[in-house]
Write a protein that binds this ligand. Structure first.
Ligand SMILES: [Zn+2]
Length: 275
């Protein structure tokens, strides 16, 4: 996913005070295969600094490229998984600096007229901690490393700020809703926030992102999941024109999300259940 904000967010950005990175004990974690693809020490040290993403961006791009080359290998998720695990741990124990305040990145929020469907492209059971780590690294970190909006160039080097809070914690995921395998819905991002999910800033400003907790690359979601999304759309987003209920792949040509069967089969099943 590539973020392409087209308009400004403006205003001054507070400089983040440097946290006590020298005094913070580095986390010790034990995970199978850890360190096979990354220099763990480099990552751990970097993740204590406000500009961690500047140190790690190139290495993460290397991992993404490698994972892409290995995508037919069933173990390819381990490649980026090591990096995600370290970010997740750093978030959990609080060593990774996050800005305590910052600009209002949601002031371009528009009335919701679009629903974008995603999948996690992972086995069901995505934890919020993992999702937060993945999107902090892949979306926010990579954007702060290379802001494309000229009014946001000053973000570079500063601690990351999303301005999005869930249960009192600043969070970095871009999806508003997560749909579990059993149809359970989790509202993880308030609709007033612009979710950084589509790789298309205009769409982000006026959409709600619904993410299915599954890998639907080559199959459909089960009927319970489809029914549950249909009910959500009926109950809360009935004003959205069915034409604007789209897949991530419809608004960003670089992705197949939410899987190649979305248009072949299950988008229509979903629409049929809404009316
Ligand atoms: Zn997606």
């Amino acid at each position: 996913m590539v973020l392409e904000p087209t308009a400004s967010h403006t205003a001054t950005k507070q400089r983040e005070s440097r946290p006590g990175s020298m005094t913070v004990a580095l986390p010790t974690i034990h995970l199978e295969n850890m360190g096979k693809y990354i220099d763990e020490t480099l990552w751990r040290r970097a993740l204590c600094k406000p500009d961690w993403y500047l140190i790690l961006a190139d290495d993460f791009k290397r991992l993404e490229k490698l994972a892409e080359q290995q995508k037919n290998n069933p173990d390819h998720k381990v490649i980026k998984g090591e990096a995600y695990s370290l970010v997740e741990e750093a978030l959990r124990i609080g060593t990774i600096p996050r800005a305590p305040s910052g600009e209002n990145l949601d002031k371009q929020r528009k009335p919701i007229d679009t629903i974008v469907i995603h999948h996690t492209k992972n086995r069901p059971g995505m934890t919020l901690g993992r999702l937060n780590a993945m999107q902090l690294l892949r979306i926010y970190g990579m954007y702060y490393a290379n802001p494309t909006d000229k009014l946001e160039l000053q973000f570079k080097g500063q601690a990351v700020w999303s301005g999005h809070f869930y249960n009192g914690e600043q969070v970095f995921w871009g999806y508003h809703w997560l749909v579990r395998e059993n149809g359970e819905l989790e509202h993880i991002l308030d609709d007033k926030y612009i979710g950084w999910h589509a790789g298309n800033w205009d769409i982000n400003t006026r959409s709600v992102a619904i993410c299915i907790d599954d890998d639907l690359s080559n199959r459909e979601p089960n009927n319970v999941v489809i029914g549950s999304i249909a009910k959500l759309l009926r109950d809360q987003y009935l004003t959205v024109n069915p034409r604007n209920i789209v897949g991530h792949c419809d608004v960003n040509k670089k992705t197949e999300c939410p899987g190649r069967l979305f248009h072949e089969s299950w988008r229509q099943k979903l629409l049929n259940k809404i009316v």
